[in-house]
Ligand binder design. Structure first.
Ligand code: APR
Ligand code: MG
Length: 275
C-alpha cells in the first residue's frame, strides 16, 4: 500500500506561471446545486475557485444563482445547466475539466446530463447525485468518481460493511473493472486508478464528518485539474490538501465545530506551505 505523502505533494504542486492568464488555467464547468440543496453549488464553487482554476462556470438552477453570487461573485453561470446538459446543449469543448453531482438528485435528468457530458473529451469528476452504475471503459479521457462508502455501495452492489473491511481492495478492483479513478472517501481516503495504481491519503480527521465537506472536495479537485499537468496528481493533491485543511483546523479548534466552507478559508495558507 502506497501513501501519497507531503513530499509527493511538494514535488507535484504546480507553480502559477508568471506570464499566465486565466486562459492558461482554463475554464471549469461545475454542475451542482438544486432547489433543496443550493449550498452544494456554493461550497463546490468556492473549492474550485480557490484551487487554481482560470474561470468557473456553475451550471445550476436559476433559483440557486442569487444565493451563490453574494458569496462567490467571481463565478459565472450556465442557467438551468442540468437541463441544458440533459438536452445535449452543453459544448464540452469549451471546458478544460468538468465536475458534476454535488447537490444533484440521482434521477433520470441527471443521468441524461452525465451521459451527454461523458461524450466530451475533457476530464470529468462525478460525485453524489451524478454517481450511478456505469462502465467508462470506452472513454479515453479521465473519469474520476468520488463516492463515500454508501455511494460506492449504490454503484457496485457491495455491502458497506464488507467494503469497509477492505477498502483498498474494492476501490482498486472496481477502478480497473469500470475504467475510472475511484476516490473512496471516509477516514483514510483511498484513491485507485484504472491502471492499477492506488494510494492512501494520510491527512484529514473527523472534523470532516459533516455535510458539505464532500462538495468542497469535488470543487477543489475541479480547480486542481485545471492547474495541474498530470490529472492523477491533481486528484491526489486535492484529497491531500482537503484533509490538511481539516488538520489545520483541529490544531487549535474542536473537531466538532468546523464548517465545510471553512476548509476553503484555510486552503490558501495550507497550500502555500506545500509549494
Ligand atoms: N475522517 C476523515 N475524513 C472524513 C471523516 C473522518 N471520520 N468523515 C468524513 N470525512 C471526509 C470524507 O473523506 C470526504 O472527503 O469528509 C468528506 C465527506 O464527503 P461526503 O460523504 O461526500 O459528504 P458531503 O458531500 O459533504 O455530504 C453532502 O451528499 O448526497 C450528497 O448531494 C448530497 O452533496 C450532498 C452531500
Ligand atoms: Mg458527497
Amino acid at each position: 500500500m502506497k501513501e501519497w505523502t507531503e513530499n509527493h505533494v511538494k514535488e507535484t504542486l504546480p507553480q502559477r506561471m508568471k506570464s499566465g492568464h486565466k486562459g492558461t488555467y482554463g475554464t471549469g464547468l461545475l454542475l451542482a446545486g438544486s432547489k433543496d440543496m443550493p449550498g452544494a453549488a456554493l461550497l463546490s464553487g468556492l473549492g474550485a475557485m480557490r484551487s487554481g482554476i482560470g474561470r468557473l462556470v456553475i451550471g445550476t438552477e436559476e433559483e440557486v444563482i442569487p444565493y451563490v453570487v453574494p458569496v462567490l461573485p467571481e463565478s459565472t453561470y450556465l442557467r438551468n445547466g442540468l437541463k441544458k446538459a440533459a438536452d445535449g446543449e452543453v459544448k464540452t469543448t469549451e471546458y478544460k475539466a468538468i465536475a458534476a453531482g454535488p447537490g444533484l438528485e440521482p434521477n433520470e435528468e441527471t443521468e441524461k446530463a452525465v451521459q451527454h457530458l461523458l461524450q466530451g473529451d475533457c476530464p470529468i469528476i462525478l460525485d453524489a447525485g451524478a454517481l450511478s452504475e456505469r462502465s467508462y471503459e470506452m472513454r479515453k479521457s479521465p473519469v474520476i468518481l468520488t463516492p463515500h462508502p454508501g455511494e460506492f455501495a449504490r454503484i457496485t452492489g457491495i455491502e458497506v460493511a464488507e467494503l469497509q473491511e477492505n477498502r483498498l481492495h474494492f476501490a482498486s478492483h472496481w477502478a480497473k473493472k469500470i475504467g475510472a479513478a475511484i476516490v473512496l472517501k471516509g477516514n483514510g481516503t483511498v484513491t485507485a486508478f484504472p491502471d492499477g495504481s492506488a494510494w492512501t491519503n494520510p491527512t484529514g480527521n473527523s472534523a470532516l464528518a459533516k455535510g458539505g465537506t464532500g462538495d468542497t472536495l469535488t470543487g477543489m479537485m475541479l480547480g486542481m485539474l485545471c492547474c495541474h499537468k498530470d490529472w492523477k496528481h491533481a486528484v491526489l493533491n486535492a484529497v491531500y490538501l482537503h484533509g490538511a485543511c481539516a488538520d489545520r483546523w483541529t490544531e487549535n479548534r474542536s473537531a466538532h465545530t468546523m464548517l465545510a466552507h471553512e476548509l476553503t478559508d484555510l486552503l490558501p495558507e495550507v497550500w502555500k506551505e506545500k509549494e
